[in-house]
Structure formats: structure tokens, C-alpha cells
Design a protein around this ligand. Structure first.
Ligand code: NAD
Length: 480
């Protein structure tokens, strides 16, 4: 029996004024696993008004010890319920259970890191003259609207929610409509934590065009923190510009792994492939382009093919599953259309089709796919596919590798594989991306800033900058 989850406003569970519900569907089986509220603009107004009132009337923004304790307790509650949360995340999103466990662990880790940071929101002082002193203080921005995607719905929420709360803000969360229920599960854990000021945090589920847009337009939100597609990010920025509202945007990617001829080839290809096929390629940091020195190009293609073909694709609930389904039928069709382009313009080395058979027919499964020999202008090279499609290209010189790596509109992450660390460092410095890993990939830490260059975003998440993103600097100056 599946449950109906409400909105969480004013510390209470509420149903939407619309009296309508959204379905959460398991993409591996096509079954409904939960319902969430299909909220309206009026629900958004309720939530924003409530959070603003809590922000203005409680000591949340001024009591760092309270905030530190609240975040630590939420982390403990998540750890206590980690198994249930992971199982439900897999049911709603489709990702393999092993990956879901890692994701849940990342949520409590973010909370703990920023629980400590809540007591370290330091400013500066200076004395420019004998009779004058200045103080630079860091203050919360106010009410933050946090709009999240479905692909890593738990970790990406806490990645930003933990610093926003640590900095003293009130927050209204709007999860992706496909993953509203797992988000609501985290809010259920707030009920036993007295340190959370009543109403400082709200959840409103619903559609992007109504709930998301209403949050951006609402006069009561001071900042929009958005993780999602570049296309929607642009729209949000345009709408927010009308009120000169602060935005933090974590957007799409088309990340390269650059493999030089002195690299540990097997490790480079295995790790690059893992980074792409994880979450069925539905990950912003996916290493979706493999750039290989021409002398090892065919060897790399064969290794990538072998990696793709040994993956166990299926229902994420099974411990043995390496790769789950695509989130929806629409998204699956979009991925298959990219593959058809790749077939016309290049060489499909393996995969290239929807999977069929009793294990697959009720869900949305695409075979792990490797495509080689594509022209740089191909859509498969230039656009974010958000599916299990790896594009392999070759280069001759270091300069060409850098040019190819920087040759898309995106700039989120990159990998450089070389035993010659001087070369690796030289290349890392030239890559236009917020994160560059050398001889590794996807090493993400709460303490390390990440974010996008170019069309991959604005601002930084995680680390110290991730906390300061949710503050305003104020200069208070005294003449005595
Ligand atoms: P999406 O842009 O379709 O939706 C993201 C969120 O925005 C959802 O909650 C959605 O309901 C909401 N939304 C949609 N239209 C809106 C509007 N007009 N106004 C306000 N809100 C609106 O993205 P998605 O399909 O959920 O996620 C996939 C995308 O997210 C990919 O492009 C991926 O690269 C990106 N992503 C980026 C990061 C990062 O850290 N850079 C992390 C994960 C995902």
C-alpha cells in the first residue's frame, strides 16, 4: 500500500489547496510507489509567508549553537533510518540500492560538516584611521527557495540545504515532481528535533512551471538556489532578474575524461566508464566524453566496450544490479533519439537500443552504449544526453586535447589521466571546469567547492564558498 505525502508548512503536514496529487512511479516496474501534493501558487504563498515569519520572529538566524545542534540531530536521524531511506530512494528513482546507500550517507555527512561550520560564520574587522573602525559581518540572505532535480534527489538537496540552514536562512524546498516522496521522508525526521525553529523550513511539492516558478516570482523569497537543467536555469535567471533576486545555479554538464598515452589505461577507462554509467548516465558530472590519445584509441574503445557489456542492468532493488532504468519514458525516448544521431554520424560500438524481455518490459531500460568516431559538431558530443551513452574521440597533441575538452558550452567537471604529473597539472590549469580530477573521478567532498564554469552554472556549492553563497556581506562602520 503506498502513501500520500503532504506539504510541510509551519511545522505541520498539510494537503494542497488543489486537492490534486502527483504519482511517484518506480521506473524499473512502472508501479506507483507514492503520491505527493500537486500544489498551487496559493500553497507556495502559504509556505513562503510561514518561513518568512519564522525567519523574522525566531532566533534561528542569530543563534548559531541552535543551528549546529539542529543539523547534527537531523544527521543522526538520517543515519538511524538510512536503510529505509535508501530502499525508498531506489523505489522512487530507480537507482541501484548500492548507490542509494552512498547517496543517503552523503546527506548526513553534509549536515555534519555544516553543523560544525554553523559556528564558524566569521566576519572581519579593520581600522583605517585612529577614529574609525569597520566590521564586515556575514548575515543570512533571508528566505531561500531551493529547487532540486530528481537524479540525486537526496544528496543534492542536502548539499545546499545544510549550508543554507547553517548560515541562518529560512528555506522553502521544492523537489522535482518525480522525487517528492523521498524528500518528504527526510522532512518526517524533523518532527522529533526541537532545535528547529517552528516553520523555518517548509516543503512544497509540485510541478516546476507552477510551484517552481511561483517561488522564483514570489516577493517573499530573497534567493533562488536551483539545481537542474541549463534550459530551466536560464528561465529562472530571467525571471529572478526582474526583482534583481540573488541566484545560485548548478546546471548541466558534458564532462571529458582526457587519457594520455602514458596513463594507466585500464584504470582510466574503467573509472571513466563507471563515472558515466553510474545512475544510468543521469548525473550532471557524468564523464560522457572520453578523449583518448590516438595511439591508444582502439584499445580504449575495446576496454570501454568490455566494461559496458559486463554491467548487470536491471531493477535497482536487486543487490546485483549495476545500472538501473532511465527515469521516465519521455527521457528514454530522448536518449534513444541521440543514439540514432550517433548511429548516423559515427560507429555504435556496443548497446544502442532499448532493452526488452520480462525483466525490462515494464520499465525504461537503455543498454549501456559506446559510440566512437563522431564529428565534434555532433549533438552527441555537444549536448547533455542524461543517459548511458559514452562518446569516444581521439586527439594527437596536448593542445588538441585541451581544445576538445573545452569545446562545448559546459564546464562542470573533467578528468585528466597521465603518469606525467607536470603535464596533468598543465592541462588541469587549462580546463574550463569547476572541478578537475587527476587520475581519478567523482571524488566529491563536503569540504571541496564545486560548481560550473560557462553554461554549467553560477556560484559554488560545498566547502566554505558554499556557505558564504547563502550570506550577504555587510560593512558596519563606526566613527568614534
Ligand atoms: P529540470 O531543470 O527539468 O528540473 C529541475 C527542477 O526545476 C525540478 O524541481 C523542476 O520541477 C523545476 N522546474 C522546472 N521548470 C521550472 C520553472 N519554469 N521554474 C522553476 N522551476 C522549474 O532538471 P531535471 O530533469 O530534474 O534534472 C536534470 C538536470 O539537472 C540535468 O541537466 C543535470 O545536469 C542537472 N543537474 C545539475 C547538477 C549540478 O550540480 N550541476 C546536479 C544534478 C543535476
Amino acid at each position: 500500500m503506498y502513501r500520500i505525502y503532504g506539504n510541510f508548512i509551519d511545522g505541520q503536514w498539510q494537503t494542497s489547496i488543489s486537492q490534486k496529487l502527483l504519482d511517484s512511479i518506480n521506473p524499473a516496474t512502472g508501479e506507483v510507489v507514492a503520491h505527493t501534493q500537486d500544489s498551487t501558487v496559493a500553497d507556495v504563498d502559504r509556505a513562503v509567508t510561514s518561513v518568512r515569519s519564522a525567519f523574522q520572529t525566531t532566533d534561528w538566524g542569530k543563534n548559531s549553537h541552535r543551528r549546529a545542534a539542529a543539523l547534527a540531530k537531523w544527521a543522526d536521524a538520517i543515519d538511524e533510518h538510512a536503510n529505509d531511506l535508501a530502499a525508498f530512494l531506489t523505489a522512487e528513482n530507480g537507482k541501484p540500492i548500492r548507490e542509494a546507500r552512498v547517496e543517503i550517507q552523503g546527506c548526513s555527512d553534509s549536515l555534519r560538516y555544516y553543523s560544525g561550520m554553523a559556528r564558524n560564520v566569521f566576519g572581519r574587522t579593520f581600522q583605517p584611521a585612529a577614529d574609525n573602525m569597520g566590521f564586515i559581518t556575514r548575515e543570512p540572505v533571508g528566505v531561500v527557495a531551493m529547487i532540486t532535480p530528481w537524479n540525486w534527489p537526496a544528496l543534492l538537496l542536502f548539499r545546499d540545504l545544510a549550508p543554507a540552514l547553517a548560515a541562518g536562512n529560512g528555506v522553502v524546498v521544492k523537489p522535482a515532481d518525480r522525487t517528492g516522496a523521498i524528500t518528504a521522508r527526510f522532512f518526517e525526521l524533523l518532527e522529533g528535533i526541537d532545535e528547529f525553529s517552528q516553520g523555518i523550513l517548509a516543503l512544497v511539492t509540485g510541478r516546476g512551471a507552477t510551484v517552481g516558478n511561483a517561488l522564483v516570482e514570489h516577493r517573499g523569497t530573497d534567493m533562488i538556489c536551483f539545481t537542474g537543467s541549463t534550459q530551466v536555469g536560464v528561465q529562472i535567471m530571467q525571471t529572478a532578474a526582474r526583482q534583481v533576486k540573488k541566484v545560485a545555479l548548478e546546471l548541466g554538464g558534458k564532462s571529458p575524461n582526457i587519457v594520455f598515452d602514458d596513463a594507466d589505461l585500464e584504470k582510466a577507462i574503467t573509472t571513466s566508464c563507471r563515472s558515466l554509467f553510474m545512475t544510468s548516465g543521469q548525473i550532471c558530472m557524468a564523464g560522457s566524453r572520453l578523449l583518448v590519445h590516438e595511439s591508444i584509441y582502439e584499445d580504449a574503445i575495446q576496454l570501454a566496450k568490455a566494461y559496458a557489456e559486463q554491467l548487470e542492468v536491471g531493477d535497482g532493488a536487486l543487490e546485483t544490479t549495476d545500472m538501473g532504468p532511465i527515469i521516465s519514458e519521455t527521457q528514454m525516448s530522448a536518449v534513444l533519439a541521440y543514439i540514432e544521431d550517433g548511429r548516423r554520424e559515427g560507429r555504435v560500438v556496443t548497446g544502442g537500443n532499448r532493452l526488452s524481455g520480462p525483466r525490462y518490459d515494464h520499465g525504461f531500460f537503455v543498454a549501456p552504449t559506446v559510440i566512437a568516431d563522431l564529428p565534434t559538431t555532433s549533438r552527441v558530443i555537444q549536448e547533455e544526453i542524461f543517459g548511458p551513452v559514452l562518446a569516444v574521440q581521439s586527439f594527437q597533441t596536448e593542445q588538441e586535447a585541451i581544445q576538445l575538452a573545452n569545446g562545448t558550452a559546459y564546464g562542470l567537471t573533467a578528468g585528466v589521466w597521465a603518469e606525467n604529473l607536470s603535464r596533468a597539472m598543465r592541462v588541469a590549469r587549462e580546463i574550463q571546469a569547476g572541478t578537475v580530477w587527476v587520475n581519478g573521478y567523482n571524488r566529491n567532498y563536503a569540504e571541496a567547492e564545486s560548481g560550473g564554469f560557462k553554461s554549467s552554472g553560477i556560484g559554488r556549492t560545498r566547502g566554505i564558498d558554499g556557505l558564504l553563497e547563502f550570506t550577504e556581506a555587510k560593512h558596519i562602520n563606526i566613527t568614534f
